[in-house]
Design a protein around this ligand. Structure first.
Ligand code: FES
Length: 169
């Protein structure tokens, strides 16, 4: 798999508005009246459509429901269900809780970071993988635990975890 610099944190795109985002937003907003109370359902639709909340979309929503852009950004950052940067098609979550930690999670995390060429909380430039660490999945008996796209893999080793990625490459 090709490894290139990771996408980290929100980046401001200085080019003009993205026409694809614009037209998709027009389509999404036809299902709403422009009322303030629709903010969260609109954001959910946008998140579902793009996989994150593009800055351009949030500004458009703010105009649509007549609230300051800061209100929309505030909601986007407050709720964990919303992402402000694109996420990968595959979400790899590694537990860093105590039960997993003592059974080797730190090595799994570091080897997966090396394998994907990204750090915890980042996404590969090809948007194939997002790597996250989680406090505890509640499956401590299976420690150490890695979850790929909501499928739980228990009693992981660094090699077994890397194979989960190889299968998808
Ligand atoms: S500590 Fe890892 S699942 Fe609970």
């Amino acid at each position: 798999m090709k490894v290139a610099p990771a996408i980290e944190g929100a980046r401001t795109v200085t080019a003009g508005p993205d026409k694809a985002i614009e037209s998709q937003m027009t389509e999404i907003l036809t299902h709403f009246k422009g009322e303030k109370g629709e903010l969260i359902p609109i954001l959910q639709q946008v998140q579902q459509r793009f996989g994150y909340l593009p800055e351009q979309a949030m500004k458009r929503i703010a105009e649509f429901v007549h609230v300051p852009a800061s209100t929309v950004f505030g909601i986007g950052t407050f709720y964990a269900q919303f992402k402000l940067v694109p996420t990968g098609r595959n979400i790899v979550k590694i537990c860093r809780g105590t039960g997993c930690y003592v059974r080797g999670a730190p090595r799994i995390i570091s080897e997966m970071e090396n394998k994907l060429g990204i750090k915890d909380g980042s996404t590969t430039p090809d948007l194939e993988y997002t790597l996250e660490t989680v406090a505890c999945f509640g499956s401590c008996a299976l420690a150490p635990v890695v979850v790929v796209n909501d499928k739980v893999h228990g009693r992981m080793t660094p090699d077994a975890a890397k194979k989960l990625i190889d299968k998808k490459s």
